[in-house]
Design a protein around this ligand. Structure first.
Ligand SMILES: [Ca+2]
Ligand SMILES: [Ca+2]
Length: 173
């Protein structure tokens, strides 16, 4: 939603109704996945049968939200994230990959987050930040304040470290 980051927005499911060379997609979100309304800031989606019931489910990764699971209940999707045990693991999730990594017959997932190699961290004991709040409680003013703080930290980091890094690698100039 332009100008209102990080307010949650909707994701959509489009059914392929193409016939006879005429390409037609129909938005069926209200019908099959109303849980996608204002779901968050989705960055990646994966179709994966996490519970091995033969129905492909939907796994979502996004900013300011937990990795979200929508169970396919026979053609309709229900948000069951609250029962997964990771509903409180909100983050800046950006990517998903699936595989049976422990070879036990069920699907496992790797989810990419912002990580710890940035100037930012999730530390509730420090000054309050959007990282410690639920998405629904973040105001635009709070978010802008946070982003300006991040920008100042980033600029300071560059000023302090870029000359040192360039000195270490003179051929990289
Ligand atoms: Ca399934
Ligand atoms: Ca497995």
């Amino acid at each position: 939603m332009p100008g209102q980051y990080p307010k949650p927005v909707s994701a959509h499911i489009y059914r392929n109704d193409s016939k006879g060379g005429q390409v037609v997609f129909t938005d069926v979100t209200d019908e099959v996945a109303p849980a996608l309304k204002n779901i968050g800031l989705v960055c990646d989606a994966l179709v994966s049968d996490y519970d091995n019931d033969g129905w492909p489910d939907l796994v979502l990764a996004g900013e300011w939200m937990p990795v979200t699971f929508l169970k396919n209940t026979g053609g309709k999707f229900e948000n069951i994230t609250a029962s997964t045990g990771i509903a409180n693991h909100t983050g800046w999730w950006t990517s998903l990959a699936a595989g049976d990594f422990d070879n036990d017959g069920d699907m496992d997932y790797i989810a990419g987050n912002l990580g710890t190699k940035t100037p930012f961290s999730r530390q509730a004991s420090k000054n309050p930040s959007p990282f410690t709040q639920k998405t629904s409680t973040i105001t635009t003013a709070t978010m802008l304040s946070f982003l300006f703080t991040c920008l100042r930290v980033w600029i300071r980091w560059k000023e302090e470290n870029i000359p040192r890094i360039c000195a270490m690698m003179p051929s990289a100039r």
